[in-house]
Write a protein that binds this ligand. Sequence first.
Ligand SMILES: [Zn+2]
Length: 83
Amino acid sequence: MTAVLSKEQKLEIAENLLGSCDSLSWKGEKYGVEGDELGLVAEEYGVWRCETCGWWVEEGELAVEADGDVICQDCYDEENKWI
Ligand SMILES: [Zn+2]
């Protein structure tokens, strides 16, 4: 069975993801939805997971590396501080 999330629930999930490093499947279990579905919610609300540290950040806080990887500003600063 697929749970249909209300707009309020989606917003709550998006806010809940921010500032955490929880996996989608773990979070999905909490809300009774599939991790894939949560991925869509995250996308809809502009919440992205940093590929390097695994933390969820807002789209505006992301940096794109020269090789195309999307990472958070913290990781970007960390990787580029010696250049
Ligand atoms: Zn990061």
